[in-house]
Each structure stands twice: as structure tokens, then as C-alpha cells.
Ligand binder design. Structure first.
Ligand SMILES: Cc1cc2nc3c(=O)[nH]c(=O)nc-3n(C[C@H](O)[C@H](O)[C@H](O)COP(=O)(O)OP(=O)(O)OC[C@H]3O[C@@H](n4cnc5c(N)ncnc54)[C@H](O)[C@@H]3O)c2cc1C
Length: 392
């Protein structure tokens, strides 16, 4: 529990609600590049939402050129932050998506062409070539793999905390765990108030991850967002050598190397909407069984590794899988950064920088494709769509 002894200043240039990677990175960019007075409030532990649950894969194997640019820009920023502050934050491992069907191979070729057009370093590997990069893999049945050698893995919680620290060092007030606060319209601006918090500013940015949908509804400005569950686990594999992250497109399981010789594994998502305020997640057992059978098939060496931990987190989807970043239509001074469809760590650095630029300069061409106003009213319900996929 945080305790403060001096009263907080009340007037800011911007209020940020939500202290995941998006909120903290935004507070940093607003304070660092634009000298704004920023107040960020996180109601739980910083990074305690999806950011602290993420696998930390940063991959250019995205769906379209906007996403690729967002990943590339974020990747460079994370690499720089790691060099300047903490070498354990970032590691270039490369990444490989393998396919075992003819259709998968066709999709993989299309993805390669798409990525080349977006100037991503990418190649299609034969099973023999994949085997050289993944000596522990059993590639029986695999027809090809899409390899992006510049892909990386990061430590998402540490990155989130670093953004918060740098925001503070640049003058932002970053607070957490002081009870619930209420976001309200106050005259021309916005306020955040609770028992131990009161702050006002002309602008409020909602960076509440999966909870953004509920906050927007309470404020009377709903947007099309669908929160959903996704799971991951750590296996005590004793794998000392780093290896590229791998996603098996047909079995829909991914693995990445993790510090200390562990292997982090995750599978797709539960493609149905959940309410993050009232979660009743089912048991992790089917997920762990799926990971176990994947390991027996693809990485037999790790199949007997014990499970160190397993967990779930809530991500949030939009109808077109692109995030919602920018001004909320019809609500003066209200902005949003959410809807990352399970790929928020890899796109938060760039997205938050572009949002900070847009707010400080009035607009940003980078944000046009993710404008929250792109969906016509009314918003029909929609099912979350998978994140890890070769489809455009
Ligand atoms: C198992 C798993 C694996 C993943 N793997 C990857 C991956 O490999 N690569 C990748 O790019 N992404 C991955 N993701 C997705 C990624 O974690 C998210 O897209 C990203 O963390 C979203 O960041 P955020 O800041 O928008 O949201 P969050 O991290 O969820 O932050 C939102 C914060 O807002 C706070 N909040 C909510 N309501 C309020 C309120 N009313 N007042 C104050 N605070 C509030 C919450 O407590 C939370 O801390 C994964 C997610 C999961 C669950």
C-alpha cells in the first residue's frame, strides 16, 4: 500500500487512468518529449493487469503494415531502454512460425510477401533449416517456417515499471493502490477523485486494458471492445541456450525462452467475451494438458519438465484487431489507448509515443488507422478474433 505524506498537486495537463505498459509508456512520452504535467493512477499494482501476465514476445509477424510499423518502432525503443537501463529487459532471439499443412504453407508465403512489402527481414525456412535453429524440436510433419530474425523477447513487468520510473524522473506523478477513483467530467475538463486522490486536467486518457470497456460505458461513451482470457505457463525445462520463439500455427501453441532455463508456453485464446470485473475462469488443467501434448509432439525433451507456474490474463479485442488509440468520439478531452488484441506489449511503445505526439501537436498521421471513431454506431456485439495467426 502506497502512503503519501505531502498533498498531491491537483492540476495537470493530462490524467492517465491505468498503469499497464500502455499507461506508463504514455505518461513517460508525454512528460519526457512534451514536458507535460501528467498524473497516472493505477488502482492495483503497476503492471498487475495483462502487462504483468504477458509472454513478452515482440514479433513483426503481424497482420498489416500499421502493426508492423508499431512493432518495429516499439522494438527499437525497448532495445534502447534495455541498453540504457537494464540489459535483462530485452533479448533478440528471432521467431519462427511453423506450419504442417499445404494451406498453412500458402498462408505463410502470403505472409512473407506482405512482410517483405513492409520491409521486414523475413525468410521461409525448410524443416532442415528450422532444425538448425531449434535443435531440440521434433519437426515431423512440419512443411515450412516463417523466420523473422530480428524478433525479440522482453520482460514486460520490468519494462512497465521502467516506463513508470522514467515518467516520474521526467516530472510525472505516478500513483497506485490508493483505492478506487472515479473519473468524471468537470466543466471543460476531467477529474479523478477518490478518498486519497484528487487530480484535474483538460484531458483524460483511459489506459485500463480490458477494463477500458467498462470505464467507457460508465462515462456514457461506449466503444467496441471485447475482453477475453488467455493463458500461459512456465516449464522448468533447464534449457540454458536461448532459442527463437516458436508458434506452431496448426497446434496453436507458442514457446519462448525464459531466464533461468525455463520455457514459457502459451496457447491461443478463449474466443468468447468475459467481464474482467467478474471473472470466473475455468481450471488451467485443459490448457496444461494441451501444452503437455504439444511438448510430447514438438519438444519431447521438455515434455517431462515440471510446471513452475501457470496463469491467465485478460486481453481485449476490437472488431478489426487493430487497437483503439486517440480521441473518444463525442467526448471533449477524453482519449483511449486499448484493444491490443493480445499483442499490446509489442505495440505499446510506439502507440503511446504516437498518442503523446497527437495530443501535444493536435493530430498524428500514424494514428489514423486506429482512430476510435472508425466504427459506425451502433456497435453490434462481436466475437474476439485470434491474435496469433498468419491471416491478414
Ligand atoms: C498470457 C498472456 C500472454 C501475452 N503475451 C503477449 C506477448 O507475448 N506479446 C504481446 O505483445 N502481448 C502479449 N499479451 C498481451 C499484453 O499483455 C496486453 O496486450 C498488454 O499488456 C496491454 O497493456 P495495457 O497497458 O493496455 O493493459 P493492462 O496491462 O491490462 O493495464 C491496464 C491497467 O489498468 C488498471 N485499471 C483498470 N481499471 C482501472 C481503474 N478503474 N482505475 C485505475 N486503474 C485501472 C488495471 O489494474 C491494469 O493494471 C499477453 C497477454 C496475456 C494475458
Amino acid at each position: 500500500m502506497a502512503h503519501r505524506t505531502s498533498p498531491l498537486p491537483r492540476e495537470y495537463d493530462a490524467l492517465v487512468l491505468g498503469g499497464g505498459i500502455a499507461g506508463n509508456a504514455l505518461a513517460y512520452h508525454l512528460a519526457h518529449e512534451h514536458g507535460w504535467k501528467v498524473f497516472l493512477y493505477e488502482r492495483g499494482a503497476p503492471g498487475g493487469g495483462a502487462s504483468g501476465k504477458a509472454a513478452g514476445i515482440v514479433s513483426s509477424q503481424c497482420w498489416n503494415s500499421w502493426d508492423v510499423k508499431a512493432v518495429e518502432t516499439s522494438r527499437r525503443e525497448y532495445h534502447r531502454l534495455s541498453r540504457e537501463h537494464d540489459p535483462t529487459l530485452f533479448q533478440t532471439t528471432g521467431g519462427i512460425r511453423v506450419v504442417s499443412t499445404e494451406k498453412g504453407e500458402e498462408e505463410l508465403e502470403l505472409a512473407r510477401a506482405r512482410l517483405r512489402e513492409a520491409r521486414v527481414q523475413v525468410e521461409v525456412l525448410s524443416p532442415a533449416e528450422i532444425g538448425k535453429l531449434l535443435p531440440s524440436a521434433n519437426l515431423e510433419g512440419v512443411r515450412a517456417g516463417l523466420h523473422t530474425p530480428l524478433d525479440a523477447v522482453v520482460a514486460p513487468t520490468d519494462l512497465t515499471l521502467l516506463y513508470g520510473r522514467l515518467a516520474r524522473e521526467n516530472g510525472a506523478v505516478v500513483e497506485s493502490d490508493l483505492g478506487d477513483v472515479r473519473a468524471e467530467r468537470t466543466g471543460e475538463g476531467w477529474s479523478l477523485s477518490g478518498e486519497r486522490v484528487h487530480a484535474e486536467a483538460p484531458r483524460l486518457i483511459l489506459a485500463c486494458g480490458a477494463w477500458t470497456k467498462g470505464v467507457l460505458s460508465t462515462l456514457g461513451h461506449p466503444l467496441p471492445l471485447a475482453p477475453y482470457l488467455t493463458r500461459a505457463c512456465l516449464l522448468k525445462a533447464g534449457q540454458k541456450r536461448a532459442f527463437p520463439w516458436v508458434h506452431d500455427a496448426d497446434l496453436d501453441v507458442y514457446v519462448r525462452p525464459f531466464p533461468g532455463g525455463d520455457v514459457l508456453a502459451g496457447d491461443g485464446t478463449e474466443l468468447k467475451e468475459v467481464d474482467p470485473e467478474h471473472l470466473t475462469p475455468s481450471s488451467d488443467l485443459p490448457f496444461l494438458e494441451n501444452v503437455a501434448s504439444f511438448m510430447e509432439r514438438r519438444f519431447p525433451k521438455w515434455a517431462s519438465a515440471s510446471v513452475g507456474s501457470s496463469w491467465h490474463g485478460v486481453c481485449v479485442s476490437t472488431p478489426d484487431r487493430r487497437p483503439l488509440i486517440g480521441a473518444v468520439p463525442g467526448a471533449q478531452g477524453l482519449h483511449v489507448i486499448s484493444g491490443f488484441n493480445g499483442f499490446g506489449v509489442m505495440r505499446a511503445g510506439a502507440s503511446s509515443r504516437w498518442l503523446a505526439d497527437a495530443m501535444a501537436k493536435g493530430s498524428s498521421p500514424e494514428l489514423r488507422p486506429v482512430d476510435p471513431a472508425r466504427f459506425p454506431l451502433p456497435y453490434p456485439p462481436f466475437e474476439p478474433r485470434p491474435g496469433f495467426t498468419l491471416e491478414p
